[in-house]
Design a protein around this ligand. Structure first.
Ligand SMILES: CC(=O)N[C@H]1[C@@H](OP(=O)(O)OP(=O)(O)OC[C@H]2O[C@@H](n3ccc(=O)[nH]c3=O)[C@H](O)[C@@H]2O)O[C@H](CO)[C@@H](O)[C@@H]1O
Ligand SMILES: C=C(OP(=O)(O)O)C(=O)O
Length: 427
C-alpha cells in the first residue's frame, strides 16, 4: 500500500490551485440519471470517489466519457448520458466502497419509478443511518421495503406525487436525495429544515439549468414543482471549500503564506472566521484568497454545525493546526459521534489533546515530532499530513487511499509551495 512521506519544518509559500468540490461532484454526477440527454460536468476533481461514482453509474446504464486534460490544467470534463436505465440496482460491492452511492436512490426512483440500493452501513466516523433519506422519499409518495441488506423504493404509479417533509435533523445527503427525487414528481414538494450547504446550492443550480423548478435555493425551505422531463446541459463543479480550508491550515501550521487559487471565500465564512480568529491574515485576491500566518497562532473555541456553521469536515485539520497554537483550544464535534480518530495519532506526534465525549481540549505549543501514523478516514488523514508538515523530522502517513478519496494531487500541490513530501509506492 502506498504511503506519504513528509520531512517537516518548511515554511510553505506560493499558490495552490483549488480543485472542484468532492461533495458537490458526488451529488451532481447522479443527476445524469434524471435525463436521457447529455450532461457535461466540468472542473470535476480527479479523485477515487469520482471514479468509483462513475463506475457505479456505468453499471446502471450511464455512459461516461472524459475529455483530455491539458498539462497543468486542474480537473477534468466528463460527459454522461443515460439514454436508458439498464439496471435499477446499486450493488453492495459499489456502495461499500463509497457511502455517497446512496445518492443514486432518489434520481433513479424519479426516472425509473423504482430504485434498489444496498444499505451503506456505518463507517469509521459514525453510524450514519439513512432513515431520513427514506422518510423524505416516503413523504413524497414512495413505498419503501428493506430486505437482505438492500432498500427498495418504488413509485406506485410510476412517478412520485411529491409531498412535504420537515427534516428533524439537518442532513446533507437526505436533502440531496429528496431534491433529486422531487424534480420529476407530478406535484409540489416542500422541504423544511433542508441542509443549506453550498454543495446543495450547486446541486439546485445544476437542476435548474436542466429545467427543474426550485424556489428557496440557499435557504432551509425548498419548494420544488416537478416537471415532465429534464434536459442536458454543461455545468462547472464549484470549488472545494474543504480542500481550500485544509491548505489554509497548511499555511497556518507552517507559519506560511498560500494563495488559494479559485477558492470562493463567500462559501467559507465559518472557516475564514476561524482562521482569522487564530491570527491568520486573509486577503481576498482576484484569483481567490491568500492566507498568511504570523505565529504563534491564537487558540480557539470551535463547535461543528451544519452550514453556515463550522464544518465537521474541517475539525480534524483545525485540531492539527491548533496543536501548535499558543494556549488551550476547545473543540466540540456535534455532527458525527466518532470523529476524533486522529487524536491518538496526533498524540503520537507530540500533541497534547484530551477527549471527553464529543469535546476535545488541545493544549497547544508543544513541538511536534515526525512519526509513522495512520488514520481511518479522509480528514483525519489530512490532519496527520498537516502535523507532518510542521513536525521536526520525518512523518509517514499510511493508508493513502483515504487521502485519494478527497485530495487531488496532494503531494504535487504541497511540493509546489515548498513542502518536502512524496508518495512512496509499496511496489
Ligand atoms: C458526500 C458528502 O457530501 N458527504 C458530506 C455529507 O455527508 P452526509 O450527507 O452523509 O451527512 P449528513 O448531513 O446526512 O449527516 C449529518 C448527521 O445526520 C445524521 N443522519 C443523516 C442521515 C439520516 O438519514 N439520518 C441521520 O441521522 C448523520 O448520522 C449525522 O449525524 O455531509 C456531512 C456533514 O456536513 C459531511 O461531513 C460529509 O463530508
Ligand atoms: C465525511 C466525508 O465524506 P463522505 O461523506 O464521502 O464519507 C468528508 O468529505 O470528510
Amino acid at each position: 500500500m502506498d504511503s506519504i512521506r513528509i520531512t517537516g519544518g518548511k515554511r510553505l509559500e506560493g499558490k495552490i490551485p483549488i480543485s472542484g468540490a468532492k461533495n458537490s461532484a458526488l451529488t451532481l454526477l447522479p443527476c445524469a440519471l434524471l435525463t436521457d440527454e447529455k450532461l457535461t460536468l466540468g472542473n470535476l476533481p480527479r479523485l477515487a470517489d469520482v471514479d468509483n461514482f462513475s463506475h457505479l453509474l456505468n453499471q446502471l446504464g450511464v455512459s461516461t466519457s472524459v475529455a483530455g486534460v491539458k498539462k497543468g490544467e486542474v480537473g477534468r470534463k466528463m460527459t454522461l448520458e443515460a439514454k436508458e436505465i439498464a439496471s435499477t440496482v446499486a450493488p453492495y460491492d459499489m456502495v461499500r466502497k463509497m457511502r455517497a452511492s446512496i445518492l443514486v436512490l432518489g434520481p433513479m426512483l424519479a426516472r425509473a419509478g423504482e430504485s434498489t440500493v444496498s444499505l451503506p452501513g456505518g463507517c469509521a466516523i459514525g453510524d450514519r443511518p439513512i432513515d431520513l433519506h427514506l422518510k423524505a422519499l416516503e413523504a413524497m409518495g414512495a413505498e419503501i421495503e428493506l430486505a437482505a441488506g438492500y432498500v427498495k423504493a418504488t413509485a406506485p404509479k410510476g412517478r412520485l406525487p411529491g409531498g412535504d417533509f420537515s427534516f428533524p435533523v439537518v442532513s446533507v445527503g437526505a436533502t440531496e436525495n429528496a431534491v433529486m427525487a422531487a424534480v420529476l414528481a407530478t406535484g409540489r414538494t416542500q422541504l423544511f429544515n433542508a441542509a443549506r450547504e453550498p454543495e446543495i446550492v450547486d446541486l439546485c443550480n445544476l437542476l435548474v439549468a436542466m429545467g427543474a423548478k426550485i424556489e428557496g435555493i440557499g435557504s432551509s425551505h425548498l419548494i420544488i414543482d416537478g416537471v415532465e422531463g429534464l434536459h442536458g446541459c454543461n455545468y462547472e463543479v464549484m470549488p472545494d471549500r474543504i480542500e481550500a480550508g485544509s491548505y489554509a491550515c497548511a499555511a497556518g501550521i507552517t507559519g506560511g503564506s498560500i494563495e488559494l487559487v479559485g477558492a470562493r471565500p463567500h462559501d467559507m465564512l465559518a472557516i475564514t472566521n476561524g482562521l482569522a480568529a487564530a491570527g491568520l491574515a486573509i486577503e481576498f485576491t482576484d484569483a481567490g484568497m491568500k492566507v498568511s500566518a504570523h505565529q504563534p497562532l491564537r487558540p480557539l473555541a470551535i463547535s461543528t454545525a451544519p452550514y453556515p456553521g463550522f464544518p465537521t469536515d474541517m475539525q480534524a485539520q483545525f485540531m492539527a493546526m491548533l496543536s501548535v497554537a499558543d494556549g488551550q483550544s476547545f473543540l466540540e464535534e456535534t455532527i458525527f459521534e466518532n470523529r476524533y480518530m486522529h487524536v491518538p495519532e496526533l498524540r503520537r506526534m507530540g500533541a497534547d489533546i484530551e477527549v471527553h465525549g464529543r469535546s476535545a481540549i488541545v493544549k497547544g505549543g508543544l513541538p511536534l515530532t515526525g512519526a509513522q501514523v495512520m488514520a481511518t478516514d479522509l480528514r483525519a488523514s489530512m490532519s496527520l499530513v498537516l502535523a507532518g508538515l510542521a513536525a521536526e523530522g520525518d512523518t509517514e502517513v499510511l493508508r493513502v487511499y483515504h487521502l485519494d478519496r478527497g485530495y487531488e494531487r496532494l503531494e504535487e500541490k504541497l511540493s509546489a509551495v515548498g513542502a518536502t513530501i512524496e508518495r512512496v509506492s509499496a511496489g
